[in-house]
Ligand binder design. Structure first.
Ligand code: UDP
Length: 466
């Protein structure tokens, strides 16, 4: 079937999908993008976010081409930050979220719209039960890499004991995975993890995976085939990514250049104008996603490292992080840098002036850099970022990992050394070559008849004839 032709069953009816995202930028982006793919292939999509986020998005210059509906997380006025604890937030999300999701499905059914399936974020496994109550097929969507899912799955089944106790150099063996050390394990399963509420969330994703009709992951076969093959006998995760706006991959979806649901205000014009004035591959782009908060000491070391690198830099410093910038930094780097509170990261990464990406290795940022072909300096902070950094540097070999000192800080000299290593004409050549290789493979995966494209078609074809 040709793209956009529309998947219809024997009765000529479109497949009708409900897609529900966990309320965070790093989850909304890939689920929204997956929805656009499904929509482009002819499915009718209703996208669901929390009421709080819906009412608090400053930007949507490219709104999604399908309706967006809301459920409640029990914190309609203040969202996550108004909860008394992480666990409290997730308890209310489950309680109020399942009730309001039921109401939404009933309301739509009363209006004559019956859903065929619910695609839901793995962080909210309770949606599977709501879907089954209404007789819907269920697709669990995982926003982490297959490797990270594999680790959490093993922890859930007790095959890896958490917190993981191992000496710093000890090798940790997990089927289908390269040898890992403690530093490569997700922080949420390491000793001393200060966020048990988030550990519960990521591990409990796997409580009912056997009951879901499909498990899909925002990755692609070529990138993680060893992990996927290693998992095959135990469970049936399929790779359907990278879920990134089509403009940066196969260009098959018109006007798809932005994710389209932004929780922060963009600064596109100022970034583009500034980047336009810089030579090819000369600028270091620095961004740590929507959530990570650096210590004051780490922020200072990073700032002085950028100064020491003598490179041009575009640094995203969210408003909540801005007070940590050293007082004399602007003066010391005058004419070399631009600081913005948020940007359209995809536009920046794909600008020809960008030479490397200093990143926290959030999974979306990692996939975006791989897909656009930008070499990375990995500075993982927490959750799955440590594992993503391991794969970036040692498996895909598209970057270097900035070393921590005994206090767990990346010092300024290491920041500058890593940047120079990646940007350097000689040392960086191999990394750039690998980055170009992954860029092509990522694009091919989502393009017509690519590995991810075929998997999405298979899932849709099975839904058409339910
Ligand atoms: N992002 C952006 N502008 C910024 C920083 C980040 O648009 O200035 C986007 C980025 O493209 C990615 C998402 O925010 O899609 C961050 O997700 P990621 O998984 O990398 O990190 P998280 O925010 O979940 O820690």
């Amino acid at each position: 079937m040709a793209d956009g032709e529309g998947k219809t069953g024997n009765n000529g009816k479109k497949v009708n999908l409900l897609v529900v995202t966990y309320p965070a930028q790093g989850h909304i982006n890939p689920l929204l993008q997956f929805s656009k793919r499904l929509h482009h292939k002819g499915a009718a999509v209703t996208f669901v976010v929390t009421k709080f986020l819906f009412n608090n998005q400053p930007n949507s210059d490219h709104p999604p081409p399908f309706p967006v509906e809301t459920i409640s997380d029990g914190h309609d006025a203040g969202g996550f930050l108004s909860a008394v604890s992480i666990s409290d937030y997730h308890d209310r999300l489950k309680h109020d979220g399942s009730q309001t999701l039921r109401d939404l499905i009933r309301r739509k059914e009363d209006a004559g719209r019956r859903f065929d399936a619910v695609v839901y974020d793995g962080f909210m496994p309770w949606i599977l039960d709501v879907g089954k109550e209404f007789g819907l097929r269920t697709v669990a969507y995982f926003t982490q890499s297959c490797a990270v899912n594999n680790i959490y799955y093993h922890v859930y089944r007790g095959e890896i004991k958490a917190p993981v106790v191992a000496a710093a150099e000890e090798e940790i063996r997990i089927a289908g995975m390269p040898l890992l050390t403690m530093a490569d394990m997700p922080s949420l399963v390491q000793v001393g993890n200060p966020y048990p509420g988030f550990s519960d969330l990521v591990i409990n994703q796997f409580g009912n995976v056997e009951e879901a009709d499909w498990l899909v992951c925002n990755s692609f076969y070529e990138l993680e085939h060893q992990v996927l093959e290693g998992m095959e006998n135990k469970w049936k995760m399929k790779a359907i990514g990278p879920n990134i706006p089509s403009f940066y991959t196969d260009k098959r979806i018109d006007n798809d250049r932005d994710y389209g649901f932004n929780l922060f205000k963009m600064n596109n014009e100022v970034c583009q104008k500034w980047l336009d004035t810089h030579p090819k591959a000369s600028v270091v782009f620095v961004a740590f996603g929507s959530y990570a908060a650096l210590s004051v000491e780490q922020m200072e070391e990073l700032a002085w490292g950028l100064a020491q690198s003598n490179s041009f830099f575009l640094w995203v410093v969210r408003e909540t992080e801005a007070a940590k910038i050293p007082a004399k930094f602007a003066e010391a780097t005058a004419g070399r840098g631009l600081l913005v509170p948020w940007c359209r990261q995809l536009d920046v990464l794909s600008h020809e002036s960008i030479g490397c990406f200093v990143t926290h290795c959030g999974w979306n940022s990692t996939l975006e850099a791989l897909t656009i072909g930008v070499p990375m300096v990995a500075m993982p902070q927490w959750t799955d970022q440590t594992t993503n950094a391991k794969f970036v540097t040692d498996i895909w070999k598209t970057g270097v990992r900035a070393p921590l000192d005994d206090a767990g800080i990346v010092r300024r000299t290491s920041v500058a050394d890593c940047i120079l290593k990646v940007m350097d004409d000689d040392g960086g050549t191999k990394i750039r070559k690998n980055a170009a290789k992954w860029r092509e493979l990522a694009k091919r995966a989502v393009d017509r008849d690519g590995s991810s494209d075929r998997t999405v078609d298979e899932i849709l074809a099975q839904l058409v004839f339910v």
